[in-house]
Write a protein that binds this ligand. Structure first.
Ligand code: G
Ligand code: G
Ligand code: MN
Length: 540
């Protein structure tokens, strides 16, 4: 049977393919996770920084709200207010403006005369100003300011270094962090190379946004931006080079190698198991039976005296998708698995279908079917075969001599039951077995089919040249009829005729053929009979 596909090399290749595929999927998933984690980490940095700024700004807001009047703040007694403000690390200056726009004191120092710097913004609430150039400061400053109910305002100047320090080292040198104007995206304070996506609709920014694309600087970057809660006109924006975020994982880690090895072993185990079950002979035979791939061929059995068609030997073939298979390739497995029983019953059913018209018109038409010990030793199958006697009146069962070796009580009983049912038994390949001859007289047999080697030896000077005659004499003594197999030449056919052998079989008389061919052959022989009434009377 088909044991060839069970080459472990295919199983290994399949398992290897499965392992590589799983490994790739796993690696791809882990890299994707790795990438999204890198982005999340950046987002978290930004959120934490915004929280820090918000915490400080909301403290300042409270302090600006809960301060005294301009007069109180700018008298020497209350300078401790400025001192407490200036003690905070994020503040470098505190300025008090009166409602008319005069700067009344700066860092707790009364200014006299007070310079006019412009009326405070009439809107309440914390506001952010800057970067702006102010007297005494040699560079633009960032301010938080609040206008109070009396129209006066307090401005605190933020320590740019304090802000910058917090924003430092959150990205690589290729990325940047910036405080920007939420409406326009113009940076107020930035660390790194500030740039924006080439096409974007980020501004005005009123909620957290992220995007990844080609930036104005022609680099591919990831960006995350979110407004401050305490000061929504300001947003924090953080950006990093995509290549750095997408840095590939190490391909072979101990964990992944271990998983791959495990996967390979499981895949190999399963593939071998599946292969084994697919190439299981019983499974293949059953599939063949289900798909009706087993067919009958019929080889003519002819009468010696006139070579007219006396019947057929039914020979099975397997029309496998890979090509026609001869019985030697599958009968042994069918016997070993016991499937031969079902196959033989199906074969008998096919005979009744294919030879229906012959069987109906010529009940004496011989139909030789090969059987084997698993059939003989199973009483149910014996029953089933016996039931076919009605539809196939000329049924003859062939069993090889060697199979008689396994002769036992059951065999004898089964053969007797066949005999009682009128089914004749032929000994196939007679003369080649290793058993004695005693069974010939003990078992209910009808026919000896002399092995084809005896026909082949006839007329030669081989030692067995005359054994066929001996077999014929033996058969006569035992009241058995003789069939000669393997007749390949006219000279052999004529010799057998002269010897008085009843039935001949062989390529000379016809090869195993299809039901249609055997039917045509039978029609021919019927016509010959009808043109010869004397013969017809004999064979009717
Ligand atoms: O047809 P071929 O010469 O390939 O047959 C080879 C052998 O297979 C023969 O000895 C024949 O007895 C056996 N064989 C053929 N058909 C059947 C069958 O239907 N059942 C059994 N049991 N043996 C068969
Ligand atoms: O063992 P059994 O008699 O069942 O075998 C029959 C087989 O012998 C057939 O399947 C057929 O293929 C083969 N056979 C039939 N006639 C001839 C013949 O004339 N010569 C040879 N060599 N084989 C034959
Ligand atoms: Mn046979």
């Amino acid at each position: 049977m088909d044991r060839s596909p069970v080459l472990p090399i295919t199983a290994i290749l399949i398992s290897l393919a499965i392992t590589i595929a799983s490994f790739t999927v796993l690696y791809y998933q882990q890299s994707e996770q790795h990438k999204s984690r890198a982005r999340l980490r950046l987002n978290n940095h930004a959120q934490q920084l915004v929280e820090t700024f918000d915490r400080h700004f909301s403290d300042l807001n409270l302090m600006l709200q809960n301060s005294g009047s301009v007069e109180q703040l700018c008298t020497e007694q209350d300078w401790h207010y400025s001192d407490s403000m200036l003690a905070r690390p994020e503040i470098v200056g505190v300025q008090v403006l009166d409602a008319h726009g005069y700067l009344r004191c700066d860092n707790g120092k009364l200014l006299s005369p007070a310079p006019h710097v412009g009326k405070p913004d009439p809107r309440f609430g914390l506001r952010f100003v800057g970067p702006r150039l102010i007297n005494h400061y040699d560079r633009p400053v960032l301010m938080l300011a609040r206008t109070r109910t009396d129209g006066s305002a307090i401005q605190v100047i933020l320590h740019p270094g304090w802000l910058r320090n917090r924003m430092r080292q959150l990205t690589s040198s290729l990325g940047f962090v910036a405080l920007i104007d939420s409406d326009s995206g113009v940076p107020v304070l930035d660390i790194g190379a500030y740039s924006l996506p080439q096409q974007h609709d980020l501004f005005p920014l009123n909620h957290a946004r992220s995007t990844e694309s080609q930036f104005d600087n022609n680099r591919h970057q990831y960006l995350y931006a979110l407004p401050l809660l305490t000061q929504p006109s300001l947003s924090l924006i953080i950006s990093e080079e995509s290549v750095l975020l997408n840095q590939p994982l190490t391909v072979f880690t101990t964990q992944r190698i271990f998983l791959a090895a495990l996967c390979f072993m499981v895949a190999l185990f399963l593939t071998l198991k599946i292969q084994r079950s697919l190439s299981d002979p019983a499974r293949q035979l059953r599939a063949g039976m289900r798909q009706q791939q087993f067919i009958n061929l019929y080889q003519p059995l002819v009468r010696s005296e006139d070579f007219s068609l006396a019947g057929v030997e039914v020979l099975m073939r397997w029309q496998h998708p890979d090509g026609m298979r001869s019985p030697d390739t599958f009968i042994p497995a069918a016997e070993a698995t016991g499937l031969i029983r079902e196959m033989t019953l199906q074969q008998l059913k096919r005979i009744t279908d294919e030879l229906a018209s012959i069987l109906a018109t010529q009940p004496s038409f011989r139909v030789n079917v090969n059987i084997c010990p698993p059939i003989i030793n199973d009483p149910d199958t014996v029953d089933s075969i016996i039931r076919y006697k009605k539809q196939i009146p000329g049924l003859v069962l062939e069993i090889t001599e060697n199979q008689m070796l396994e002769e036992c009580e059951v065999t004898a009983q089964s053969l007797q039951r066949f005999r009682d049912a009128g089914i004749h038994i032929a000994i196939d390949d007679f003369g080649t077995g290793y058993c004695g001859l005693s069974y010939l007289s003990q078992l209910p047999l009808s026919i000896l089919k002399a092995d084809r080697c005896f026909v082949a030896a006839m007329g030669t000077d081989a030692v067995n040249a005359h054994l066929l005659e001996t077999i014929q004499q033996l058969a006569k003594k035992l009241n058995l009829s003789t069939v000669a197999e393997g007749v390949e030449e006219a000279s052999q056919a004529l010799k057998l005729q002269a010897m008085g052998i009843e039935i001949q079989q062989g390529w000379y008389h016809g090869r195993p053929m299809s039901p249609e061919q055997i039917y045509a052959r039978w029609l021919d022989s019927q016509q010959q009979l009808s043109s010869n009434p004397a013969l017809a009377a004999c064979y009717g």
